[in-house]
Write a protein that binds this ligand. Structure first.
Ligand SMILES: [Zn+2]
Length: 319
């Protein structure tokens, strides 16, 4: 039977024998790398490169817009990647036109924050954990030369969130393995992998290992919420306001305020939830004053940063 592993052609047998005997050169593409020793932590003052993966165009922005704006303001490189195109994320429209609209909203959010944005053309609601998708994620992390990678925890509520989390976890460690997908050079240091905040309790609740105050950029984050109007103002897939969308100016303004107030409360609730961590990081006086925050859990599969290195990777806490 053609292709049967038990029937190997003579030329293949010869090539295999020569390869095993060391007579055939290994292609340059898969040339072995020199062994690497211990990796130095990120130093204070280094220019940082952060890449954050959300399942849909709005997830990275909701979870990381604050730190994205803060990193960008300090000259660091921050990128949001939506792993699906969001093409079913609306109650009244779907498909290509919605994907284009959501791509435009992600671009607008990136301009507000001063960061980069990319939307992968996977259908919303259909993301799968495949080798192809793992390679895509690993390539993006390598090409960005990431110091820090952020994604969902794998026990999030939405299948696309869970599988984005799994795909990013599956790329952790592998991004530095030279012969995994060797057409993109491996990273010389396993990045620090983080999970963005959620409220799910099983099998274990989110741990706020790093919590960043975002009061100085809260207006930008709320502007991003407003810019992603298909999701928040219009209600996304499942939250069309009772009575439909307003058509008069007063009604539209009331709806905008309702959305703004809801997210203002949400971003404040993170600061209250992790007040003790804020006190530890900023000191009790400054920690108590933080109104809005974003929180992150350290994933065990990436490099494990010391407390000192966390302060280099998140240069926002002061002395
Ligand atoms: Zn989502």
């Amino acid at each position: 039977m053609p292709g049967s592993p038990s029937v190997r052609s003579a030329p293949t047998r010869v090539a295999t024998t020569l390869l095993l005997a060391g007579f055939v050169a290994v292609p340059a593409l898969v040339r072995a790398q020199a062994p690497r020793g211990a990796v130095a932590p990120v130093a204070a003052g280094a220019k940082l490169r952060i890449i954050a993966f959300g399942a849909h165009p709005d997830d990275c922005e909701l979870d990381e817009a604050g730190i994205g704006a803060k990193f960008a303001a300090q000259g660091h490189a921050f990128k949001c990647v939506a792993v699906t195109n969001g093409d079913i994320g609306h109650w009244g429209t779907a498909g290509g036109p919605l994907a284009l609209r959501r791509h435009a909203e992600a671009e607008k959010a990136a301009r507000i924050l001063g960061i980069e944005s990319q939307v992968l053309d996977n259908h919303d609601g259909e993301l799968m954990v495949t080798l192809e998708n793992r390679k895509t994620i690993a390539r993006l992390i390598r090409e960005w030369k990431a110091d820090v990678v952020i994604s969902h925890r794998p026990n999030d509520y939405h299948p696309d969130h869970r599988y984005t989390g799994v795909l990013v976890m599956d790329a952790a460690y592998m991004v530095q393995v030279p012969f995994f997908d060797p057409d993109v050079p491996p990273l010389t240091r396993n990045p620090v992998f983080l999970f963005s905040e959620d409220r799910f309790q099983k099998p274990n609740p989110f741990s706020g290992d790093i919590v960043v105050g975002i009061d100085d950029v809260i207006d930008k984050k709320l502007a991003v919420v407003e810019a992603m109007e298909s999701q928040f103002y219009e209600g996304g897939c499942c939250d069309l306001p009772p009575g439909g969308l307003p058509t008069d100016a007063a009604g539209k303004e009331a709806r905008r305020k309702e959305v703004r107030d809801r997210f203002t409360k949400r971003f404040a609730s993170t600061a209250d939830r992790f007040r003790a961590k804020l006190d530890e990081e900023y000191g009790p006086e400054r920690g108590a004053a933080v109104k809005y925050a974003e929180a992150f859990e350290v994933c065990e599969y990436g490099r494990q940063p010391s407390k000192e290195e966390i302060r280099h990777l998140f240069p926002f806490f002061g002395q």
